[in-house]
Design a protein around this ligand. Structure first.
Ligand code: GAL
Length: 387
């Protein structure tokens, strides 16, 4: 009798287990803007994210948001998910947890945004950089933070934060720009002020202490060199900085991109030897029109290609109500690129949605068109920039 009961309990357990795992319907496509359930049926919580492919598995890292407006602060940390097919994501938990120690730079309540992870072949470490704002200082600190782990899902150890490139001029600065003097109290947004910004007024201001670093991404080039790309100079100019061989520091080799161009949310990819950047303007959580750029060398010069979005006026003005965060080249199918963006929900941060769209090309320019439902097989990709 006892044995009979045990068999029934075991059967019930198996039923429960199988029932549970199969209750989450398998995803077979991307549905931009909709709730995106993970393996537990919970909306993915990895905003401002980026993706790393390591040993056949994709790892998605992003900001773990919580409910309400305060949910935009780092109350929990950086969330990690894994996937084999990019449609179905398994919750791998918190890769970098905020600290409970009030002395820590990543204490609960600070701001951790746009975390990106790359793998260093030499040290075999997973290296995460992210935009860090110190607790109770609004967005003033403008630092970049570093955390390192031995496994892609973490735990990541927080190492340090910094304002990069202290004491260093951009490689594309002229002698005149290095020696320039700027009149005090220029009126913000006046022509004189914009010229001064374009000539490095803020680089001069922050020269000793290091430059500001807000919205950011990382890029590893074919030769293994990694770059940290971020909005600097009060969000007016993008900086592209080379990282050292371990990816854990700046080499001080950096260039400015689109001085005074007011670009945020940088996302980058390389196709046929050309580098492409997609960015946004600076309107906080409110979406604006995306911009795109091309260069033959990662440190520039960069050329403007215009708004990559195609569609209605509203779609073009708001980037389909989203802001860029990352561009993933499908390592299984080179030539396919996925544009990843966030539809922020500032009043209830945790409800933010993901806008993933294929990057199409028109006359050598990356373009984006709205799709309600798409998968990697139903896209007619342009494989050559000359097509
Ligand atoms: C956006 C930025 C986000 C976040 C937000 C805060 O412009 O891209 O990452 O910093 O501002 O208002």
């Amino acid at each position: 009798m006892i044995r009979y009961k045990a068999i029934i309990s075991l059967a019930a357990l198996i039923f429960l287990f199988v029932g549970n795992t199969s209750s989450q319907e398998k995803q077979q496509s991307f549905k931009p803007g909709e709730l995106w359930p993970d393996n537990n049926g919970v909306h993915i919580n990895a905003h401002g994210g980026g993706i790393l492919k390591y040993e056949g598995t994709y790892f998605w890292f992003g900001e773990h948001k919580t409910e309400g407006e305060a949910g935009n602060r780092a109350n929990v940390g950086v969330h990690c998910y894994s996937s084999k097919d990019l449609y179905n994501w398994k919750d791998e938990g918190i890769a970098l947890a905020v600290s409970q120690d009030p002395e820590s730079e990543i204490v609960k309540g600070c701001v951790i945004e746009r975390p990106k992870v790359i793998f260093n072949q030499k040290t075999k470490k997973f290296v995460m950089w992210f935009h860090l704002e110190l607790k109770s200082m609004g967005y003033k600190a403008a630092r970049t933070g570093l955390a390192v782990a031995d496994s892609p899902t973490g735990p990541f150890r927080y190492i340090k934060s910094l304002n990069p490139n202290a004491g260093q001029w951009p490689i594309n600065f002229t002698k005149e720009q290095k020696e320039m003097q700027f009149p005090a109290n220029l009126k913000s947004w006046s022509v004189e002020w914009k010229n001064a910004v374009a000539n490095g007024m803020f680089i001069h201001r922050d020269f000793e202490k290091g430059q500001m670093a807000r919205d950011m991404t990382l890029f590893v080039d074919d030769d293994g060199k990694a770059y940290h790309i971020h909005s600097s100079e009060e969000n007016l100019t993008l900086h592209i900085s080379e990282l050292n061989d371990d990816y854990t520091d700046f080499t001080k080799n950096f260039a400015t991109v689109m001085p005074a161009g007011h670009n945020e949310a940088p996302a980058i990819f390389k196709k046929e030897g050309k580098y492409f950047l997609i960015t946004s303007g600076c309107t906080g959580w409110t979406p604006n029109a995306a911009r795109s750029f091309v260069a033959d060398h990662i440190l520039g010069p960069w050329t403007e290609l215009g708004n990559p979005c195609r569609g209605t006026e509203e779609e073009m003005k708001t980037t389909f109500e989203s802001q860029s965060t990352f561009i993933l080249e499908n390592p299984d199918n080179t030539g396919q690129y996925i544009f990843m963006a966030d539809r922020w929900r500032p009043k209830n941060a945790i409800d933010g949605r993901y806008i993933w769209l294929p990057i199409l090309f028109e006359e050598g320019k990356p373009t984006l068109k709205w799709m309600d439902n798409w998968d990697l097989s139903n896209i007619d990709y342009v494989t050559s920039l000359n097509d």
